[in-house]
Design a binder for this molecule. Structure first.
Ligand SMILES: Cc1ncc(COP(=O)(O)O)c(C=O)c1O
Length: 378
């Protein structure tokens, strides 16, 4: 059996480090915020090369807190992708704004930059690109459009911690001689929202998330909102704040894992390369854009008979999953966002995508078994 993910295996690999981290917190008597959380924020800042990191309760919280902190609110429209986890859409609504859906590029599954300008209205306040599956959206086009029209940009980097972007089209990112100085996903726009949900490339053992930003003001405002609108306990300077804090146990676990993230992401890329070589004649394999260092949060292929392929894999003991089977505007809760047929690339992707087993602890034999199972699909 090759499961799509194996979190137990990950824990066993890191057992000593994680157990020591847990004991450190349990014996400290401090469970919410405190030095572990402050240290994690500093370490994430260093990792992402961004001056401010504000941890919070989840990636969903990070999205709507960041939107509010940027000044997005009632009456505003925020452009985003219909082909995402629903939290992206929910966050826009939690901020009081209206989601405006723009279709995706069928190659990358990210926002199609050619369609963005036509979606702008006088109410448009922000663009919220999603770096789906771990590949950065076309940020150069998005940022220049935002600059031209005075819009904010919040990156949904929930799936993209450690992914990088090659600005100025140097196109060396994936080639020899890359100096590695390319900016991290989630640090390109006004802010980035990250999820640390257990299944993510850097996952806590519960819900967790954070906001990364170069703006002191967005960081300060996010910190206020996440802590009941208060800087000083029992003194509240912002209305409608939240309890969105990271607990010390999660911070300690994440601190034990963070030093491994780069090598885990490299291993994911290595597995992706083997998958792509081994199955590109059978399925449509992921398209790596020259401007993006993909970190394969998901390795997602396309096939017109997706459900039959998934059943075939299951019969051979290979797990798979669909990210995502229904685009936002076809969900019962969101039918008012756009009519069926109006976002054809997202609708087709939802019918055809299939994510294969992907995590850094996959063994060679398991990787081979996945390739063989896909190859065996007639
Ligand atoms: C693209 C995307 N956005 C937002 C989220 C929300 O993150 P969380 O589950 O931590 O709230 C996720 C997590 O699944 C996601 O994949």
């Amino acid at each position: 059996m090759v499961p799509i993910l194996d979190l137990k295996r990950e824990y066993l690999e890191l057992k000593n480090e994680i157990d020591a981290a847990l004991e450190r917190v349990l014996t400290s008597g401090g469970f919410v915020g405190g030095p572990e959380v402050a240290a994690l924020e500093a370490e994430l800042s260093e990792f992402l090369q961004v001056p401010h990191v504000v941890t919070c309760g989840s990636g969903t919280d990070a999205l709507f807190i960041a939107l509010r902190a940027m000044g997005v609110g009632p009456g505003d429209a925020v452009i985003t992708s219909p082909f995402t986890f629903i939290a992206t859409i929910e966050a826009i609504q939690h901020a009081g704004a209206i989601p405006v859906l723009v279709d995706i590029d069928p190659q990358t599954f990210n926002l199609n930059p050619a369609l963005l300008e036509a979606a702008l209205t006088p109410r448009t306040r922000a663009i919220l690109p999603v770096h789906l599956y771990g590949q950065v959206a076309p940020m150069q086009e998005i940022l220049s459009l935002a600059q031209k029209h005075g819009l904010k940009v919040l990156e949904d980097a929930a799936q993209a911690i450690g992914a990088r972007y090659c600005a100025s089209d140097c196109k060396r990112l994936l080639g020899k001689g890359c100096d590695g100085a390319h900016p991290q996903a989630g640090t390109l726009g006004d802010a980035g929202a990250f999820s640390l949900y257990p299944t993510k490339n850097l996952g806590a053992y519960g819900d967790a998330g954070f906001i990364a930003t170069r703006s002191e003001q967005v960081a300060e405002e996010s910190r206020l909102l996440a802590a009941h609108g208060s800087r000083v306990r029992y003194h509240h300077v912002r209305p409608a704040g939240y309890t969105s804090r990271l607990d010390a146990l999660q911070a300690a676990i994440l601190r034990a894992k963070l030093p491994h993230l780069e090598s885990w992401n490299s291993r994911r890329r290595q597995i992706a390369q083997i998958y792509t070589e081994g199955m590109k004649n059978r399925v449509q394999t992921p398209c790596e854009m020259p401007y993006a260092l993909h970190i394969y949060h998901q390795y997602t292929v396309r096939h017109p008979e997706r459900d039959r392929l998934a059943a075939h894999l299951k019969d051979r003991g290979v797990g798979s999953s669909i990210h995502y089977p229904v685009p936002a505007h076809l969900q019962p809760a969101y039918r008012d966002l756009a009519p069926k047929g109006s976002l054809p690339a997202a609708e087709a992707a939802a019918r055809e995508v299939l994510s294969l087993p992907m995590h850094p602890f996959l063994e060679e034999l398991q990787v081979e078994a996945v390739v063989r199972a896909v190859q065996g699909y007639a």
